[in-house]
Design a protein around this ligand. Structure first.
Ligand code: ZN
Length: 375
């Protein structure tokens, strides 16, 4: 293991990849949803260390109630596999929606769960309009638990950005980084996000820009467009030897505060010692308070998570300051601040107009304009 980097969650980077067993074809098949398939691939790579499979009732209940695994380690969201009925044998094959076999699961337990209670605790709402809750309510009624052995990894959507935790760790070690800050994003990076990643980078050795490329809501900007935008931004505005852009294969859950903890722990497995938490991290609609995803970190003991969260406020370009700033660093009024609502930005871009350079780098805006025109 790479010396000097933060240890994986639980101490050991899990590897659940293995050989395809001879009897794989003859096993009962469980078909995974895209979210479950994304979780499976993260189990394989150790991104969900210390988990070795889909959760049993002891872990599930303690995670839902107390944000800890049965072992006492922090963990914020269930990683469960929903099935219609208990399998007959003690082993099943797991397949993606096209029927391709990916893994085997050794059946440990099958248990019922209360979807509404899980929603209330994990999503802080039982509203079926919430995309994460809607997905939970649409699931089968039982959870199937047990360790997995993955013999068929999913084809990465962005092969050039595909790096498992062992790969990012090797890359960080090769560059001599010890302190690395992870940045979760599912949006194009405008000046505000560029500013906070650079503020963070000023205090550590390296930055992992880790865009989520798993399943998102259909109205989020498509991953392919975002990836192109990250490339031009890093190319033009970051020192290349201080930044790694890599794909985070998780599916969005939109669980706000709990997902912020989950995202941080996953990034710890990728080798990040620090993790940026902005406003409304992993939020959706108005289900969470602006800073709930930062406050939730206080529910853990100091150093219990090990990875250090770095909290940021809304930032903007201030004409009076002549630079990017936030309410923490700028004394001027809103009149001096370059502010555009998300709606306004979308309107400009879809009309082929560049937002002000203080808001968005023109190279990034050009890619978004092309994408809007093509859609
Ligand atoms: Zn100012």
């Amino acid at each position: 293991m790479s010396a000097g980097l933060i240890r994986p969650h639980g101490g050991t980077l899990v590897d659940r990849t293995g050989e395809r067993p001879a009897d794989a074809e003859s096993l009962e098949v469980v078909t995974l949803t895209p979210r479950e398939a994304a979780d499976l691939d993260m189990l394989a790579s150790g991104a969900l260390s210390p988990l070795t499979g889909f959760m049993g009732p002891a872990d599930y209940e303690r995670v839902v109630e107390e944000m800890h695994l049965a072992s006492g380690l922090p963990w914020a969201l269930p990683v469960c596999l929903a099935v219609r009925a208990a399998p007959k044998g003690d082993r099943v094959a797991l397949a993606d929606e096209t029927g391709r076999l990916l893994a085997v699961l050794d059946v440990a337990e099958v248990f019922p769960y209360d979807a509404e209670h899980e929603a209330e605790k994990c999503f802080r709402t039982t509203d079926g309009e919430h995309p994460g809750v809607a997905r939970l309510y649409a699931q089968h009624d039982l959870y199937l638990a047990g360790p997995v052995t993955v013999f068929e990894r999913q084809a990465p959507g962005f092969p050039e950005l595909h790096r498992d935790p062992k790969d990012t760790r090797a890359l960080f070690a090769e560059r001599g980084w010890k302190r690395v800050v992870g940045f979760q994003t599912r949006n194009p990076i405008h000046r505000a996000h560029e500013y906070l990643t650079k503020c963070a980078l000023e205090t550590v050795d390296g930055l992992l820009v880790h865009p989520l490329v798993g399943e998102t809501k259909s109205d989020d900007v498509p991953a392919a467009v975002r990836v192109k935008a990250y490339d031009v931004l890093v190319e033009g505005y970051y020192p290349k030897d201080r930044v790694v852009v890599s794909a985070f294969p998780a599916a969005m859950r939109y669980a706000g505060p709990r997902e912020a903890i989950w995202h941080a722990l996953c990034r710890k497995n990728y080798g990040c010692s620090h993790f940026i938490v902005g406003r409304d991290h992993a939020g959706v609609g108005s289900y969470y308070g602006t800073y709930d995803a930062q406050l939730v970190f206080d529910e853990f003991e100091a150093h219990e998570l090990d990875i250090e969260p770095m909290f940021f406020e809304h930032s903007f370009f201030c004409k009076a300051c002549g630079q990017m700033a936030s309410a923490k660093t700028c004394p001027h009024s809103g009149d001096d601040h370059v502010f555009l609502s998300g709606t306004k930005v979308r309107e400009l871009l879809s009309n082929g107009q560049l937002p002000p350079a203080e808001f968005s780098r023109p190279e990034v805006a050009a890619i978004l304009i092309d994408a809007y025109r093509a859609s």
